[in-house]
Design a protein around this ligand. Structure first.
Ligand SMILES: Cc1cc2nc3c(=O)[nH]c(=O)nc-3n(C[C@H](O)[C@H](O)[C@H](O)COP(=O)(O)O)c2cc1C
Length: 210
């Protein structure tokens, strides 16, 4: 493994549990693969724009020669995000649950990198992901508990993240959940501790791309 892409997306700054656990995971990856480089994209500090008409027009342009400077800049920004993704051997995504789903900043990143013909393509057999050979780690942080119990059907975050990654061909995904942090400081501390323990126990040296 040479390149690690770390995506963080919490709007809670240094208080973020997902960022903390994801950073622990990255530290472990580096320890397992000395010399690996890390590209950290803080999607909250430097958000990508939403998929508005401007971006859609930029991304849909068959020929970029006639694009306005603004549209061209939008297209190039998306190209750069895709290049960053392809350059990564491992992708670590820290995702807080916001209103049962992804932070809009993380959704905007996916809106930039899902591109037909580049990161996936349509074939006679259905869609095919083109971002292959990567290992991904998803660290989610949630106020409630969604892995089991009555809230399970309301998790529109982790399954959606898995779907987005699988769709582009990233199928080797490990999920680490920090859950139940809304049940008080003790519960939050225990949830982080359990997630960190899970990270420390990951069999990194044994996975091919990890
Ligand atoms: C605006 C906002 C909306 C939230 N929505 C939910 C939610 O729908 N379900 C939930 O379980 N927790 C929700 N939470 C709690 C966060 O998921 C929790 O604080 C988590 O730790 C955030 O991740 P972070 O620590 O990485 O910032 C919400 C928090 C905020 C600030």
């Amino acid at each position: 493994m040479h390149n690690i892409l770390l995506l963080t997306s919490s709007p809670r700054g240094p208080a973020s549990h997902s960022t903390k656990v994801a950073r622990t995971l990255v530290d472990r990856l580096i320890a397992a693969h000395p010399g690996a480089s890390v590209t950290h994209r803080d999607l909250d500090a430097e958000p990508l724009p939403h998929l508005d008409g401007l971006l859609l027009n930029a991304l849909s342009a068959a020929n970029r020669n006639g694009l306005s400077p603004q549209l061209l800049a939008s297209a190039l920004r998306a190209d750069a995000a895709i290049s960053q993704l392809f350059a990564a051997d491992a992708i670590v995504i820290a995702a807080p649950m916001i209103n049962f789903g992804l932070p809009t900043t993380l959704k905007a990143w996916f809106d930039h990198i899902l591109r037909a013909g580049t990161t996936f393509r349509y074939t006679d057999a259905g869609p095919e992901g083109l971002v292959t050979g990567k290992k991904a780690y998803v660290v989610t942080a949630t106020g409630g508990v969604y892995s089991d119990g009555p809230m399970l059907p309301l998790d529109f975050q982790a399954p959606y993240l898995m779907q987005l990654l699988n769709f582009i061909g990233v199928t080797d995904v490990t999920h680490v959940a920090v859950e139940g942090v809304a049940f008080g400081p003790d519960a939050a501390a225990k949830a982080v501790e359990a997630a960190v323990a899970q990270v420390q126990a990951l069999p990194l040296a044994q996975t091919a791309a990890a």
